[in-house]
Design a protein around this ligand. Sequence first.
Ligand code: 4NP
Length: 155
Amino acid sequence: MIKILFVCLGNICRSPMAEFMFRDMVKTEGLADRFRIASAATSYEETGNPVHHGARQKLAQYGISTAGKTAVRMQKKDYEAYDYLIGMDEGNIRSMRRIAGGDEEHKIYKLLEFAGSARDIADPWYTGNFDVTYDDILEGCQGLLKRLKEEGRLR
Ligand code: 4NP
């Protein structure tokens, strides 16, 4: 079982998009039972709130539902519980390290690393652009799945 936690600032836009897009991707490949996939926030700003309507609308275009998801904050114990803790931007990475108390096991990543890029995923909470964010998250998630296959973790 590969355990993945996607993380962003509010857990209502980017990280739930990544969670449900990656779920959809592994389901399509018949790999759903090999994963535990979740998402969380670095802040308490949106705790308990559903996914942003802009993100919901964008994912609905691809037949992906986020029904039932509400925002939760990342906990210190998540660092032990997950194999990959994947943030969206540099600010997320700093906050994740603070919450986890460091990253001794090198489990904290930035999503676009898996697509060979040092770029951040733009926050649609500020940009209003869910299309660009979707494209970047897709690229990152595809890169992540490719990496897991290459590392032999899905054999
Ligand atoms: P997210 O976007 O980190 O992609 O979920 C945000 C959502 C809410 C806030 C910030 C970013 N906020 O400050 O409430």
